[in-house]
Design a binder for this molecule. Structure first.
Ligand SMILES: NC(=O)c1ccc[n+]([C@@H]2O[C@H](COP(=O)([O-])OP(=O)(O)OC[C@H]3O[C@@H](n4cnc5c(N)ncnc54)[C@H](O)[C@@H]3O)[C@@H](O)[C@H]2O)c1
Length: 252
């Protein structure tokens, strides 16, 4: 397919579940072409045919450079370009410091940090020569709070990985701005997805009570802000982190 710069083409990682799945569906409903990538199958059986016609699903391990290159090539081949990367894929780790070993620590960094770099690099290599684009990465409120470890909350490996993603997104925002590529990040507070499915109901209630809005977030609420950051409405925004946590940053 020849290049079509009129089309809004997005690559969404982590699209099988939670925030990535919500972003995939929102983008399709808004008329975008979407390549949805995940390490697991992406359930779309319930999706209406007109939306399905603008969707490609593919398997991808974001910690693999070969996979990241392939998935960008597949997107460009299917839809004629790539303007937007919404990168949500990540793994959680709840082990507290005294149970955490190097193997788990390195695995979390490989997927969450190296994966963020590799998928962004692969997307940017295409965007660079094709009119630029926008990348949105995903931090977490736990990078500020230190997480908790245990009790189903982010432990040191996860919180470290999320802090590193924020440093990475700032570095890439500077490096890629000359190529017309903006790089921003959303930093969600606790959100109802598979990642928080193991939290106890009591823990979720208490986390919600510590926000100004008194509740935890939905996947759709996080996806909406990520989509805004990638849109032309945010054309003068780069290197920013937007907390999407119901006012959970105020320390109440
Ligand atoms: N849910 C929350 O409370 C919360 C809070 C803060 C930040 N986040 C962040 O939001 C993002 C989305 O998380 P979610 O809550 O939707 O979780 P989720 O578990 O529902 O979705 C994560 C997806 O990433 C995929 N994935 C995991 N490893 C992968 C890999 N190597 N390659 C490709 N895909 C892979 C999973 O298969 C899954 O579909 C993550 O970056 C997460 O850290 C979530």
């Amino acid at each position: 397919m020849t290049a079509n710069t009129e089309r809004k083409v997005a690559l969404v990682t982590g699209a099988a579940s939670g925030i990535g799945a919500a972003a995939m569906r929102k983008l399709l409903a808004a008329g975008h072409w979407v390549c949805a990538a995940d390490i697991q199958d992406i359930p779309v059986d319930d999706m209406q045919k007109p939306l399905r016609a603008r969707l490609k699903t593919t398997r991808c391990d974001v910690s693999s450079w070969a996979d990241c290159q392939r998935v960008v090539a597949e997107t460009v081949s299917a839809f004629g370009g790539l303007n937007t990367l919404l990168h949500f894929a990540a793994i959680h780790s709840v082990l507290p410091w005294d149970e955490l070993d190097a193997e788990e620590f390195n695995q979390v960094l490989a997927v969450n940090v190296t994966g963020s770099f590799l998928i962004s690099k692969a997307a940017a290599e295409h965007m660079k020569g094709h009119g630029g684009g926008a990348i949105v990465m995903t931090g977490s409120g736990s990078m500020n709070s230190g997480g908790m470890g245990g009790h189903g909350r982010g432990g040191p490996a996860y919180t470290s990985s999320k802090g590193a993603i924020i440093a990475l997104h700032r570095a890439l925002a500077k490096s890629l701005a000359p190529h017309g590529i903006r790089v921003n990040a959303v930093s969600p507070g606790a959100t109802t997805t598979a990642m928080t499915a193991d939290y106890s109901a009591d823990a979720l209630r208490r986390v919600g009570e510590r926000t100004a809005l008194g509740r935890i977030g939905t996947a759709e609420e996080i996806a909406a802000v990520a989509i805004f950051l990638a849109s032309d409405e945010a054309s003068y925004v780069t290197g920013e982190i937007v907390n999407v946590n119901g006012g959970g940053s105020f320390g109440i």
